[in-house]
Each structure stands twice: as C-alpha cells, then as structure tokens.
Ligand binder design. Structure first.
Ligand code: FDM
Length: 212
C-alpha cells in the first residue's frame, strides 16, 4: 500500500511579556536554523504590513481609539488574512518561527477584562502551533530592562494582568524557558526544543487547528 508521509515545516510560536527577549531570540533562532540548512521563515503578529495591520499599528501608537472588542477582532483578522499562506508554507516544508500568535490575542484582550472564552472564539480554525515557547520573566523584571517603547500596552500595571492571563491560558504542552538567563543559554534551550518539533513535523505529524 502507499505509506503516507506528509513531511512539512513546523509552526513554532514564541510568546511572552513585552521585553522578555522574544524578538531577539526569534532572530537568533532563524539564523541558526538557516545555517544548518533548514527552510525557515520568521513571522510576527501583528503583521503591520497589511491594511488591517496598519489599523492595529495606529491603535497601538495611540493614534486611534477603538472599542476593545473591535481591536480584538482586528488582531484576529490579521491572523486570518495570513492563514492560507501559512498553511502553504508549512506544507511546502518551510518552518515558521512566529513572534506572538493567538495566545497574545487572548492574553492581552482578556487582561482588559474581556471574557476569555469570548476572546478565544475568533481564533477557532486557525492553524494550531506545533510548539509554543513561553519566555518567562516577571513583569517587574521586564520593566527594569527598560525601553518600554511607549505603545499602548507597555505599562507595568497592564503587563501584570497580561502575565496573569498567560498563566490561565498555558497548558502542559507549552515549553517554558527562564527569560532571565543569559541570552546564549536561552538560545541553546530554545534551539533544542525547536529541533525536536521540527523533526516530528518532518516525519509527518498532521497539521491541526485551534483550539486543540
Ligand atoms: N497584541 C499582539 C495583542 O494585543 N493582540 C494580539 O493578537 C497580538 C498578536 O500588540 F503589546 C499586542 C501585544 C503587544 C502589541 O506587539 C504589539 P509587538 O510584538 O510589540 O509588535
């Protein structure tokens, strides 16, 4: 008979509070995977390059006001508009490293007081990540790192509530890395976890959808 082997790329998501080091870890991971010959791309949400992304960007910069539910749905729409490209990249064997995804969507909006189940609903049917890595840092330590850019959510009190939301959201499948470790140690741990997931997807692990 025909043995099915749908080799594909892995969908890797990095989550964490602002200033946890996610963005630099994403770029380190990207170059390390590229160097070892993997097909890989680095993505981020919000993707500010689309029309929806520009509305989000102006909201985050406090240049526009939007209802909490309206902005929540825009963040979600911003993922939906990338879904089919995401699926074709993965199926063609490209691993995607994604800086923030639906978990940011739920954590940040529910930190404003929106119901968590309501927040999760528009994410149903998006591709489920093969791996979620949470770079853990306390809100206080993140704030001490300085350089909050002055965007809407970059305030200690709000980040504390986001941290609580992330705690509620995370499950046993998430991998937690201590983001206060030296940058090279975080990088090494991350690479090991990611390589394992890339391997399983290469062996034909099926793609699935949120929320599993
Ligand atoms: N954010 C990000 C949300 O509120 N919802 C979402 O769905 C996503 C993806 O946007 F404060 C928040 C998280 C962060 C802000 O993110 C912009 P970057 O990573 O700083 O660009």
């Amino acid at each position: 008979g025909s043995k099915k082997c749908d080799s594909r790329g892995a969908l890797i998501v990095l989550e964490g509070l602002d200033r946890c080091g996610k963005t630099s870890q994403c770029s380190r991971l990207l170059s390390s995977l590229e160097k070892s010959g993997h097909a890989v791309e680095s993505w981020r949400f919000p993707d500010r390059n689309t029309g929806v992304g520009q509305m989000i960007s102006s909201y985050l910069a406090n240049d526009s006001h939007l209802d909490d539910r309206a902005i929540h749905l825009l963040f979600s729409a911003n993922r939906w508009e990338k879904r089919s490209l995401m699926e074709s990249k993965l199926r063609s064997g490209t691993t995607l490293i994604v800086d923030r995804y639906s978990f940011s969507g739920v954590a940040f909006s529910s930190a404003k007081g929106l119901d968590m189940e309501w927040c999760k609903a528009p994410e149903i049917g998006l591709l489920a990540p093969d791996l979620v890595v949470y770079l853990e840092i306390s809100p206080e330590q993140a704030a001490e790192r300085g350089g909050y850019g002055g965007e809407r959510y970059e305030k200690l009190e709000f980040q504390k509530r986001v941290a609580e939301s992330y705690k509620t959201l995370r499950d046993a499948t998430w991998k937690i890395i201590d983001a206060t470790l030296p940058i090279e140690d975080v990088e090494k741990q991350l690479r090991e976890i990611v390589m394992e997931s890339v391997l399983t997807c290469g062996e034909g692990k099926p793609l699935s959808e949120l929320w599993p």
